[in-house]
Design a binder for this molecule. Sequence first.
Ligand SMILES: [Zn+2]
Length: 133
Amino acid sequence: MVLRKQTSDLNMYFQLAKAASKLSTHFKHHIGAVIVNKKPVSIGANLSKTHPVFATEENGVYSIHAEVKAIISCPRSKLEGAEMWVYREKADGSVGLAMPCEFCQAIIVEAGIKRVYYTDDVSPEGYGIMEIG
Ligand SMILES: [Zn+2]
């Protein structure tokens, strides 16, 4: 992974999100999310599911998005004011755009997370930042 203009914290949490993406069971995209509240407090990966609860349909495969998995796995007391890192690995192994979808954005806002860092293979920085609120 090549990320430019990064701090060591940024790199560390993106590396953690990358490690989380290895837990993905999705057939195509491997996405990892880490929630940080002073320190890492939850991780999640996107998971292929047959049950449509918490799911969106992508090419006939239901999945739980990594951001949602990280939020529902996180202690509630750690969500308010937390930050999230999201890493996306494409099928060819390269880094992809991991900006949260509208569905996840709504849940992220509701959870009280204040900022999301996501990998971005187009921007010169190699990542994007979504400020909430
Ligand atoms: Zn999503």
